[in-house]
Design a protein around this ligand. Structure first.
Ligand code: SF4
Length: 350
């Protein structure tokens, strides 16, 4: 663990908290916005680079705070779709992964919220690797900053999805703080449509999020149409009916639609009966359905459904369900499931 001599991690502070601390130091409140812009719009790494801040305040900041960052240690590009997966090292040496994807000219950054994941979804490589710890909000934000600084074109729109390692709802305080900073006009100024939080779904947490100030879209990793099957795939999964009711409440209250992600697994959840149940439970409700044919990975018990099965599923679902999209495997040659690149590197190093 890197020592910062008791200094405060400045990127881990909301603008309100930073403002409060600056006022206590005898500074004007607008300084917080200026500092935020340096940290989150210009991605500086030392207080000395804050050229519109007085030297005395820069020295004061340096005495009390430090600026965190992630170090890139490896990357691999998919030959099939051009997506690129990066391994980034935290200050304590923990390794997280972030993927840069491009669809029709739009870039999307897939970020992690935890090191590993405690949920243990049976189709997921990260789940198989176990859980290490939660990420702090600055570690979440630094993934975005890394891409802004090194891999995204200036002034070009991009999206963020919480679909990397970890279950965001099991790290709510840091995730929501990070989203509020992503939303902040003085920081990254990303609106609701640009950020998607993907979760296996926790009913009470979804209800609590309805009133959150954080602006984001919600996606739920549903993956089954009956509770017994869902619990086989996602241990301790919430009841489907209660989960969809909570998702609907969220969608109505925030005037949006919730995406239901459905990883298709051969002979597990890919039958015409599943498609028919999925249609029945979603018709007329504020949902979108995203079908994701499973990417096989070595050691996993599941198989990718055949093209015929996928087509049949869509044929049953499409006429009655809300909007349906099919996400054909992205980066299948670099990451059969989230966590794979990290896992293979760790295996090599052992
Ligand atoms: S799919 Fe998501 S929630 Fe499930 S084990 Fe993987 S990272 Fe965790």
């Amino acid at each position: 663990m890197t020592s910062h001599d008791g200094k405060v991690n400045i990127k881990d502070l909301t603008r309100a908290d930073l403002t409060e601390q600056l006022i206590q130091m005898g500074e004007k409140r607008h300084r917080a916005s200026q500092i935020y812009q340096w940290l989150f719009k210009k991605w500086i790494e030392t207080f000395d680079d804050m050229s519109n801040i007085s030297k005395s305040l820069r020295e004061k900041l340096d005495r009390h705070y430090y600026i965190s960052k992630l170090e890139p240690i490896d990357s691999v590009q998919s030959s099939s779709d051009g997506s690129r997966k990066f391994l980034l090292a935290c200050e304590d040496g923990s390794i997280i992964e972030t993927v840069l994807m491009e669809t029709a000219g739009h870039k999307t950054i897939c970020i992690s919220s935890q090191v590993g994941c405690p949920v243990g979804c049976k189709f997921c490589r990260t789940g198989a690797g176990g859980f290490v710890r939660n990420l702090s909000s600055d570690e979440i934000l630094n993934q975005v900053i890394y891409f802004k600084k090194h891999h995204l074109e200036p002034n070009k729109r991009f999206n963020i999805v919480f679909m990397g390692m970890g279950e965001p709802m099991l790290n709510m305080v840091s995730v929501i703080k990070a989203i509020e900073i992503l939303n902040d006009e003085s920081a990254l100024a990303l609106g609701e449509k640009r950020i998607t939080l993907s979760t296996v779904g926790f009913v009470e947490k979804i209800k609590r999020l309805i009133d959150s100030n954080a602006k984001f879209k919600l996606a739920i990793s549903l993956n089954a149409t009956d509770d017994a099957t869902r619990r086989k795939i996602i241990p301790n999964a919430s009841n489907i009916r209660e989960l969809l009711d909570a998702a609907e409440q969220f969608a109505i209250a925030r005037d949006t639609r919730v995406t239901l992600e459905y990883v298709m697994l051969e002979d597990i959840n890919d039958t015409a009966e599943d498609a028919s149940r999925l249609a029945e439970m979603t018709t007329g409700r504020p949902f979108k359905i995203n079908l994701i044919p499973f990417n096989e990975w070595e050691g996993c018990e599941f198989k990718t459904p055949s093209e015929e099965r996928i087509d049949e599923f869509i044929r049953v679902l499409l006429p009655v369900a809300p909007a349906v999209t099919v996400r054909r495997s992205r980066g299948s040659d670099i990451s059969a499931a989230c966590g794979q690149l990290r896992a293979s590197r760790l295996t090599t190093n052992e």
